[in-house]
Design a protein around this ligand. Structure first.
Ligand code: HEM
Length: 414
């Protein structure tokens, strides 16, 4: 009898212990430098094609819920609002004065778009990632994005979590394969359980835990959380770094966020709160922080699931972002915020995005932003460099170098 009990206890305890260990396992040791595995571009083109499919599915769903509508983003689909801002470079150490941060105290106008991460329009009370996309304007110098080298913008894209739940390109391609197979949430789970494999050792339990961490309860205001780039970037020729944006007290309102409440379950609470906070209060400030890679620590650039420890390398403030008081509804023309296009590849070469996830994003963001804007019949291009809410007006034409996969759909429009 005792032996049977021990056997039953072992049958329960051992898988539980293994499951817990695999869920909370220490992060794997990833490559510290840039490593492009062979065949990566095949995966990337599959992922880009799948992103366009998601744009169409998301639009179909929105049409069924609320009638005719336009094409939105594949990810971070719900726009919570855009605000104008000022970006001012800090007085930095000489070896930090590189690229965008070369000239101390230099100021640039900027736009910020706030969003929720889901590919579908959903009420703000649902757990989700919250996005902050920053576009610094009037930045001279050649940029990295194909076809947009002469644009005067440098973008930073962040969410309210420091790590991602997918390690690299092959894993992302597998997620995409599950997503394309049917309805979204079910198949995201299929990814974590490797198609519900019978062998639990194939389940991605650590990644599942990280994925659950990303789905945050809505903040009291989108001005509240700390945002993170999750992926790494070059900081000059010798170093890699990650970015973060953290709110700091400034001006009359200090650190207060008037009108914030987590107990408001209105579907569009985050956008209305933001609109009122910047109309009636402010300025609000964020420090742009840089965390330099310490190559003697586990701070890989090719594995976005590994947290770069702040103990190993504390954040350094490199610029100050100030959001002045403003009436967003009165100042921004209809569609201005929606038609902006952010990508980490709107960047100076000194700050090149690195790592597999960033390489995916080069193709995906370009494809998706051109697809949605061409399908909506609006112009491609970046907003005015002086910070006025003006977009180019030339029609989106298929003679522009539109990447494969988008060409057929755009041709069908003309
Ligand atoms: C891992 C780090 C990532 C971060 C921090 C991040 C963050 C963001 C943010 C903040 C936006 C909203 C941009 C806006 O306001 O217009 C966005 C958009 C988007 N993200 Fe990501 N993202 C990441 C990875 C990825 C990956 C791996 C994919 C691959 C499919 C992806 C696909 C997209 C797409 C398609 C858009 C919409 C682009 C557009 O149409 O303008 N993201 N992302």
């Amino acid at each position: 009898m005792t032996k049977t009990r021990i056997a039953i206890a072992a049958l329960i305890a051992i898988p539980l212990a293994v499951g817990l260990y695999r869920t909370y396992a220490p992060p794997p040791l990833g490559p510290m430098g840039v490593h492009v595995p062979p065949g990566e571009d095949v995966y990337i083109s599959q992922i880009a094609a799948s992103a366009i499919r998601t744009v169409n599915v998301s639009r179909e769903e929105a049409i069924q819920a609320n009638g005719p509508t336009y094409y939105r983003r594949d990810a971070h689909t719900k726009t919570l609002g855009c605000v104008a801002a000022n970006f001012r470079v800090n007085q930095l150490q000489p070896n930090q004065q590189i690229g965008l941060f070369a000239t101390p105290k230099k100021e640039y106008p900027a736009w910020i778009r706030f969003s929720t991460g889901s590919s579908f329009l959903q009420p703000d009370w649902k757990p989700d990632a919250h996005g902050l996309a920053l576009k610094v304007l009037g930045v001279e110098g050649r940029k990295l994005l194909d076809g947009e080298e002469n644009e005067l913008t440098h973008d930073f894209l962040m969410i309210d979590n420091p790590v991602f739940c997918i390690r690299d390109v092959p894993n992302y391609a597998q997620l995409t394969a599950y997503q394309s197979a049917g309805s979204q949430p079910k198949n995201v789970f299929a990814y974590f359980f490797d198609g519900y494999a019978k062998n639990p050792l194939r389940w991605r339990l650590r990644e599942l835990r990280l994925g659950i961490d990303i789905l945050k309860m809505p903040p009291s205001s989108v001005l509240d959380p700390q945002y993170h780039s999750m992926t790494a970037y070059r900081y000059g020729p010798q170093r890699f770094a990650k970015y973060s944006l953290k709110r700091v007290p400034c001006g009359g309102s200090g650190n207060e966020l008037p009108g914030s409440s987590r107990l408001n379950f209105a579907a569009d609470r985050l956008s209305s709160t933001l609109r009122e906070q910047v109309k009636d209060g402010g300025p609000y400030c964020f420090d742009l922080l840089v965390q330099f890679q310490d190559p003697t620590r586990n701070m890989p650039v090719e594995d976005t699931t590994v947290l770069w420890s702040e103990k190993d390398s504390p954040f350094v403030p490199v610029a100050r972002l100030t959001i002045p008081r403003q009436d967003t509804a009165a100042k921004q023309p209809a569609g201005f915020c929606e038609n902006l296009s952010f990508t980490p590849w709107h960047a100076l070469p000194q700050h090149e995005p690195v790592g597999g996830l960033n390489r995916i994003r080069k193709a995906v963001y370009l494809n998706v932003s051109r697809y949605r804007r061409c399908m909506n019949g609006v112009a491609l291009g970046e907003p005015a460099p002086d910070g006025s809410p003006v977009m180019p007006t030339a029609a989106c034409t298929p003679t522009l170098p539109i990447p494969e996969g988008v060409v057929a759909s755009v041709k069908a429009l003309h």
